[in-house]
Design a protein. Structure first.
Length: 169
């Protein structure tokens, strides 16, 4: 029987070790996915900021170009404005796609988090109960002592006088 118990214990320990290993592997995999998602989000943020900068520059060039447009009244001026319009629309499209990707990632993230199989909940170890507050009566007594220290001093002085009178008598 002892040998059988030892074998069962060893088997149980092996199962626990395998569970621990699997849990650790799942954790590392989840951490890896989070890391990749964060890198992708940072990359997208960089692209968005670059697209914003390009749009800003294009707007500034357009503002500067408006003053020069009457002088350039010719076929080249039309080409330049068309080119700027194309660049601007491309930048806007890029920014829109990036924001769509971000929203898609946000909606997909909770699904990934819930995809891991749930382990059965073990009952936590019994710990000592939380400390209770002092009873209300004690709090009230403390408040009375703090509120009237003069009275207490006078009473104790009178009581000590009475005691000394009793001792001498």
């Amino acid at each position: 029987e002892g040998q059988l118990e030892r074998m069962m214990d060893a088997l149980h320990d092996g199962e626990q070790e395998a569970d621990r290993r699997a849990r650790r592997q799942r954790l590392h995999h989840a951490m890896h996915l989070v890391h990749e998602a964060r890198k992708a989000a940072e990359e997208r943020a960089k692209e968005e900021s670059a697209a914003r900068e390009e749009a800003k520059k294009a707007a500034e060039e357009r503002a500067a170009g408006k003053g020069a447009a009457p002088e350039k009244a010719g076929p080249e001026a039309g080409k330049a404005s068309e080119e700027r319009a194309k660049e601007e629309s491309a930048a806007q499209e890029k920014a829109r796609k990036a924001s769509e990707d971000k929203t898609a990632e946000k909606s997909a993230a909770p699904e990934k988090a819930g995809a891991l199989p749930r382990k059965r909940q073990r009952r936590p170890r019994r710990t000592r109960p939380p400390r209770r507050a002092l009873p209300r009566k004690a709090d009230e007594r403390d408040a009375e002592k703090r509120a009237a220290p003069e009275k207490a001093g006078q009473e104790s002085g009178e009581a000590s006088e009475e005691r000394t009178a009793e001792k001498s008598a």
